[in-house]
Design a protein around this ligand. Structure first.
Ligand code: SF4
Ligand code: SF4
Length: 293
């Protein structure tokens, strides 16, 4: 019998200490905006935690079969909630973290709906200054809310789901996004998409339903370009991006020295230099393609 529940096989992650974000860096208008954004972000995290606790009280015994139109409805609803990217892939247990420090999620259902939301171009272009930091928090808040709403929508159709907030999360989102054919991983470990380059945040909803729909996502390749480019590696303020990625025993790839990255990430409330310096953010995939990447 197929197991309906997916659990970690021991992948480690780092604890995100929300209290370490240097909120005092936000002044004037940014400070005012942060007073709305930050509570909204925490509200989204708390709702996802509450819903998860309810969900696991009585786990489903069967994997539900969903018709094609059901997935089409999800895509339509996601778009109406402001979600820019959506893809589908089976949950890979190798990508589930041993511990989800933010949402306390330990179990996921069979399949994943991977979601992405674009970050504002101008705000990210100020990285590592406060407008870029606040934009990171804004997207965590907005995508978190949209993810919870989409999960509620799916529940209202009679399906069982677990919503995973974009901040932290129980599973390695960029690798799941690659499985969902949304993009490829850049040298800085971020998902690079054709539409937004590395300028998006990701979340996921796991769902107790099958079969997943086949969505035609455009394939593209960036690894050869990354090998020549190396801008994120050269511009990272704390040299946190490894010269050569390390392939781990479980098949995951380490690209970042997270100790170094996190300290700077806290200090700047989201850094984003490795997004801002990436040509896929600056000029986009199409322009690079026509320059024969
Ligand atoms: S977020 Fe900042 S510190 Fe972390 S890897 Fe990217 S550029 Fe370096
Ligand atoms: S900055 Fe260059 S090396 Fe880094 S992810 Fe973007 S394209 Fe790849």
């Amino acid at each position: 019998m197929v197991s309906l529940i997916k659990k970690s096989k021991g992948l480690k992650t780092k604890f995100i200490d929300n209290t370490k974000f240097k909120i005092s860096a936000f002044k004037d208008d940014l400070a005012k905006r942060s007073m709305k954004i930050i509570p909204k972000m925490f509200k989204g995290i708390q709702k996802a935690r509450r819903d998860y606790k309810e969900e696991i009280k009585d786990l489903p015994q069967e994997l539900k079969t969903a018709p094609e139109e059901f997935w089409e409805e999800i895509v339509k609803e996601a778009k109406s909630l402001g979600i820019d990217l959506i893809g589908f892939a089976p949950i890979d247990e190798n990508l589930i973290f041993e511990k989800d420090y933010t949402g306390s999620i330990e179990l996921l259902y069979e399949n994943g709906i991977v979601l992405g939301m674009e970050m504002d171009y101008d705000a990210i272009s100020t990285a590592p200054n406060p407008p870029a930091g606040l934009e990171s928090l804004r997207i965590y808040a907005e995508l978190g809310e949209a993810t919870n709403k989409l999960a509620d929508f799916i529940r209202s159709k009679g399906y069982r789901v677990i919503a995973c907030h974009p901040l932290g999360g129980p599973i390695l989102y960029p690798a799941m996004a690659v499985k969902a054919k949304l993009g490829k991983i850049g040298s800085q470990g971020l998902l690079i998409t054709k539409k937004f380059g590395p300028r998006q945040r990701l979340s996921l909803i796991s769902i107790n339903a099958r079969p997943l729909p086949e969505i035609n996502q455009e394939e593209f390749e960036i690894s050869e370009f990354c090998k020549k480019c190396r801008r994120c590696i050269n511009f990272c303020p704390v040299n946190a991006i490894l010269d050569e990625p390390v392939v781990n025993e479980n098949g995951t790839i380490t690209r970042i020295d997270s100790e170094k990255c996190f300290e700077y990430f806290y200090e700047t409330t989201g850094c984003s230099v490795c997004i801002e310096k990436c040509p896929f953010h600056k000029v986009g995939y199409k322009v690079l393609f026509y320059r024969r990447i």
